[in-house]
Design a protein around this ligand. Sequence first.
Ligand code: ATP
Ligand code: MG
Length: 352
Amino acid sequence: MSNIAYIPGDGIGEEVTRQGIKVLNYFNDLHQLGLKFEKFDLGAERYLKTGDILPDDVLNKLETFDAIYLGAVGDPRVEPGILEKGILLKLRFYFDQYINLRPIKLYKEEFCPLKGKKLQDIDFTVVRENTEGIYAGVGGFLKKDTPDEIATQEMISTRKGVDRIIKYAFEYAREFGKEPKLTVCDKSNVLTYAHNLWQRAFKEMGQNYQDVKQDHFLVDAITMKMVRNPEIFDVVVTCNIFGDIITDLGAEIQGGMGMAVSGNINPDSISMFEPVHGSAPDIAGQNIANPLAAVLAAAMMLRQLGESRLADQTEKAVVTALENNMITSDIGGELSTDQVGDYLVKTLKSNE
Ligand code: ATP
Ligand code: MG
């Protein structure tokens, strides 16, 4: 049995995750998965009404769950960043979700801006370190606001932090990889301290995973390769900033934000699954948002909860919806958000 904390959030967050919940409820009824959902009203409405962003009692309560399923937070009435920092980043650090898992997978050939790529050509996973690196917030200004000003931003790589992300990536490759193969992406030729540590950690950890092929790309080279030969990748592990950048490139080659999903993972604590897109206030409340990323995020959560078969079935239903154009207008269909969710459940039923 798994208890899921459900945070629909703002804007289209509620509309798209409702479709993911439909799919999860369908499996729950069919297979007695024992999934239990509890909804949390974190987001702009609560903040505007009460001033609360993420109170401690809610945080303590979230701690009792197995996973978090999140829509999106952000609202034009709230100063940019407040909800993102106060909710997303706070949850990430509180639960020490040191892994950001980003599958880069093409579900419809026409969505790919690269020429002649088949579905199986774009199918790999980026494992991004999520808590340290150059985003650790270490640095400062010298002689601020003078002509001699110097700003520094330090890249922090701890051996423990690098070891644990690399270990997870090897485990992930072993369990879910295609070949399996793990590629480490760094800039070790120039970042001769931080990424020297990454290199040593990767090689040493690799000794324990002789069954996983091991490979190395510099970050500049990997961007070229992701465009030219994305089919060579299986699982890629990288630091915080490079992960941030290459996953956006990945989102584009998989067909845009409407298809991209993200898991913030701590295998020993509570992980959080969400579509990559934001709350899209411009289209909120119209029942036209594309729910596929939210549904794929639900599938990713199923996989992490040990239900790989149901995750595969969900992905297959998404492919069927795309093939039959049973999709929303942003990607060339005519259905509403709710209709896409209903179609996916209907497809799952007919595939049983
Ligand atoms: P953020 O502040 O995180 O950037 P956002 O609310 O601006 O979030 P984005 O994800 O950046 O949203 O999306 C930009 C635009 O893309 C939205 O304003 C919307 O028009 C469109 N969009 C995003 N997600 C979807 C979706 N699921 N379905 C349809 N259109 C979307
Ligand atoms: Mg935006």
